[in-house]
Design a protein around this ligand. Structure first.
Ligand code: AMP
Length: 195
């Protein structure tokens, strides 16, 4: 089963991806996580990506497409995967189409968590405050100002990505403002028949 999870930052993609990993035993391929690891390790890609990520803007299409192309060839991705945070632009979606065609694979569902931008800002302010209160590290890009830049990047570049999957019959929409359990139920209703 090959899934794409889409939706604005803070919509709950990460939470749902983690749950799907456990339930279906397929890996979550998060370009955000991979880039953060590259930054932490100080690799050439990490050095290029660091400042861009801290500003809330998007890393170049070539870099993230290259990372995903390699990752899809790892043994654990053979039985399926959940793409989380990729593709984020139409150019990345086109690059993904080409690499999947080359590998003889196809996407079963591109699931978008629809969410209200205003409410997401409130949600992220809350998430940062909770993490701080609990003594956990707050992601630098969860700062409200940076978050607004991430949201603007989403609206400008990423909102058009889910419709790219409509002609392939793979586009699915879920209400991301519902409770975590309700979102999980809606996603499972889409995913279960694909198994
Ligand atoms: P995320 O954890 O998915 O919110 O990603 C954190 C940051 O990593 C984003 O704000 C971007 O700077 C960068 N990033 C992650 N995935 C991509 C992508 N597919 N294209 C461009 N930049 C990305």
């Amino acid at each position: 089963m090959r899934l794409i999870l889409l939706g604005p930052p803070g919509a709950g993609k990460g939470t749902q991806a983690t749950r799907l990993v456990e339930k279906y035993g397929i890996p979550q391929l998060s370009t955000g996580d991979m880039l953060r690891a590259a930054v932490a390790a100080g690799t050439p890609i990490g050095l290029k990506a660091k400042a861009v990520m801290e500003s809330g803007a998007l890393v170049s299409d070539d870099i993230v497409a290259g990372i995903i192309d390699e990752r899809l060839d790892q043994p654990d991705a053979k039985k399926g995967f959940i793409l989380d945070g990729f593709p984020r632009t139409l150019a990345q979606a086109a690059a993904l189409d080409r690499m999947l065609a080359r590998k003889g694979l196809k996407i079963d569902a591109a699931i978008e968590l629809k969410a209200d931008a205003e409410k997401l800002v409130a949600r992220i302010v809350n998430r940062a405050a909770e993490a701080k209160a609990a003594g956990r590290a707050v992601r630098k890009d969860d700062d409200p100002e940076v978050f607004k830049t991430r949201l603007a990047a989403y609206l400008r570049d990423t909102a058009a990505v889910t419709p790219h999957y409509a002609p392939k019959g793979a586009q699915r929409l879920v209400d991301g403002m519902a409770s975590i359990a309700a979102v999980a139920g809606a996603i499972d209703a889409i995913v279960a028949p694909l198994e």
